[in-house]
Design a protein around this ligand. Sequence first.
Ligand code: GAP
Length: 459
Amino acid sequence: MPATSMEELVSLCKRRGFIFPGSDIYGGLQGTYDYGPLGVELKNNLKAAWWRANVYERDDVEGLDSSILTHRLVLRHSGHEATFTDPMVDCRTCKSRWRADHVKNGKCEKCGGSDLTEPRPFNMMFKTTVGPIADESSYAYLRPETAQGIFVNFKNIVDSTSRRLPFGVAQIGKAFRNEITPRNFIFRVREFEQMELEFFVQPGSDEDWHSQWVAARLQWWRDQGLTSDNLEAYHQAADELAHYAKATVDILYRFPHGMEELEGIANRTDFDLGSHTRSQADYNLSAHVDPNEDSTAKLVIPDPDTNKPIVPFVIEPSAGVDRGVLAILTEAYTKETLENGSERIVLKLKPHLAPIKVAVLPLARNKPEIVEKAKSIKNSLMATGIGRVFYEDTGNIGKGYRRHDEVGTPFCVTVDFDTLGRGDDPALTDTVTVRDRDTMAQERIAIHELAGYVRERLK
Ligand code: GAP
């Protein structure tokens, strides 16, 4: 049975060290979460899988890591200062604030009152000051999307890599939004991470590329273990589109709180590069942009057919890392009733995402020879580069198995007296027991075959 409620996931995440509320010991800071020892591994594995698929396995994508602090003019010309807003209403009775489209039946969620103000726009960008003097001229923003860092570096990347169309730039990093009502655990937060790809194409080929990216992104989420039954491609209606988009397809996932957006794949046309380009009138821009004489650059590239400089179109698959982690936990969380009637919780994560790949458990922690053997097995497995291998010496094998089921460790390796040649059966010398997380089946494997056995099954 998969996770049926968010409470089950929140509880597992706290209990086992995946995710904690931000600033927890001071009562928490709403809309922030901290990734614990296992959460950071899961998140890093997800990001590494994305980077591998979108950068290393393609020959048409470069990587970037741009700064979070962003010049005001970047976000003025991108349209975010004017339009990156959510509609907000105030409750006149209890003075609380709500996102207008989250209000149900016209009633305040806190006090139940229906005396609400008319919706008005609330800009979600976090402003800060840069340098020692805090005045109008020192304001900057924490980026609300990683994408703008890619657009403003377009010329630097083209000049330094000699790329020609079509090509993309990938970036993973933090984004910040002052959400009016953060909610649903890590689904809607104020500080989150995005995995974004801006894929620049010749105008006219954009719709075809858009469809290709939707298909590629759906397949990638399936490769991370999300099942087709829980995924859906949703085509946004014209009145739902962001200010920069001509068309957007959202990938929805069946989260515990409902079918909601996991990733958006937008056709941003030439809106952004056009907006940041000086002397826009020199180019035949499709999207309306205001004249920009603040920028120092022309973000153009030769048209593959005419060789004339053009502002390309861009297709943008933009996924939330935190929503990805939540989707993967939702899908992997499994409750099983065993033959003896007891219940086990197991995270059936794809092995490449599992925080710990193998746990090595000595049967007895007070037997130095067993401990030493277990540690040397741990070290030699680690040396094969499979990821985190964990030496676990709690001394209670059954409890160790339960704990590793709950955190999704694909294999537990137990070292015992037989391993040392001190058991009843000499044939078991230099072998260990390997337990499979999903089937709970145990196999006796020769130590020299262990690395190959595990590697084969972690693929
Ligand atoms: N550059 C395009 C862009 O930022 P978006 O649909 O606003 O588009 C992209 O955001 C993705 O970022 C979303 O699909 C979602 O996964 C994630 N995201 C957006 N706001 C979020 C929030 N407040 N908390 C967690 N993830 C968020």
